[in-house]
Design a protein around this ligand. Structure first.
Ligand code: GLU
Length: 310
């Protein structure tokens, strides 16, 4: 994307899917909301393909994602960014954090981490105990000979707070609630939190709209931007779509997979149903995303997960 476009636009949103499968209706909802926030304020909407994990990401899923967004009428600006092509940029920022003394090698296996983690909230989040934080130079040298480490970022024992555009004031303690996070995996791949923080800031993203399961990630991304003197975006987390078992929709809810839905509905029909069920519209008549802009009102979005059946 030419730099001048970025400079002249006041609102820049983005959609950042991981190409690890076909979208389900929950992903479509997140994309639609992010698109609406950006377009309703006359802003740009960027597309970033988060294909950092070489084992799980596939170009065919990235192609399907773009075809599905086009089919839905969610057009993006500029050329999509591929995280897999931005390794040198992540390395630069990784080195900057390392030079500040904020990064250390971690030799723990997944089993070690599970065994030493402090009991935590009801979710399945794993908060690292910091076991490798205090290793001496000799211990590190010795362990390096045995296995390749992952690289963790030290999170300060400090409060983080921000105001979410939908979920309101958010607080956490970075050390207790997030712990020292992996920013580079043992196989050399840079990890999600570092890449997303850097990419959003460098693309000039002003507002991130995505599912509320990433609220805790916002705290980590704001912290990383602070350490790198980058400007973090604002955040609007949207409710999750859940199934009858109160679980968030996943690739397992096959009937709500975009491939299946494309066989049954026109894009306008599908957007109409989604808009009705999520409270964006009072009826379920077919509609285009463009038409939804006129009545889009962020105050009508309730911070409550939405049961979705079609
Ligand atoms: N790539 C992430 C996902 O597909 C989303 C990251 C983000 O929006 O920050 O779940």
């Amino acid at each position: 994307m030419p730099k001048s476009i970025v400079k002249n636009s006041h609102h820049i949103g983005r959609f950042a899917p991981s190409p690890t499968g076909r979208m389900h209706l929950g992903n479509v909802y997140a994309a639609l909301m992010s698109w609406l926030f950006a377009r309703a304020s006359g802003g740009l909407w960027l597309l970033r393909i988060e294909d950092l994990d070489p084992e799980r990401s596939r170009q065919e899923y990235a192609d399907a994602l773009m075809s599905d967004l086009e089919w839905l009428g969610l057009e993006w600006d500029g050329t999509p960014l591929y995280q897999s092509q931005r390794t040198d940029i992540y390395r630069h920022y990784f080195e900057q954090l390392t030079q500040q003394g904020l990064v250390y090698p971690c030799f723990c296996t997944r089993a070690d981490i599970l065994a030493t983690q402090a009991p935590h909230q009801s979710d399945n989040r794993v908060v690292y105990s910091g076991a490798c934080r205090g290793l001496t130079y000799d211990q590190i040298r010795q362990r390096m000979a045995e296995r390749k480490p992952s690289w963790r970022l030290m999170m300060p024992d400090a409060e983080s707070s921000y105001v979410d555009a939908i979920y309101g004031p958010q607080r956490c303690n970075l050390k207790r609630d997030c712990g020292d996070i992996v920013i580079r995996r043992a196989d050399g791949a840079f990890a999600y939190q570092l890449a997303v923080s850097v990419d959003d800031a460098l693309s000039g993203v002003t507002q991130v709209v995505r599912g509320r399961d990433l609220i805790l990630s916002a705290h980590q991304q704001i912290a990383i931007c602070g350490m790198l003197s980058l400007k973090p975006p604002e955040y609007a987390h949207v409710p999750l779509l859940i199934n009858e078992n109160a679980q968030r929709l996943s690739k397992r809810d096959n009937s709500l997979n975009i491939g299946v839905l494309r066989e049954k509905f026109s894009p306008q029909q599908l957007i109409g149903i989604l808009a009705y069920k999520t409270g964006l519209k009072d009826d379920c008549e077919p509609v285009t995303p463009q038409e939804l802009i006129k009545t889009f009102n962020t105050c009508s979005i309730k911070p409550k997960d939405i049961l979705m059946t079609i």
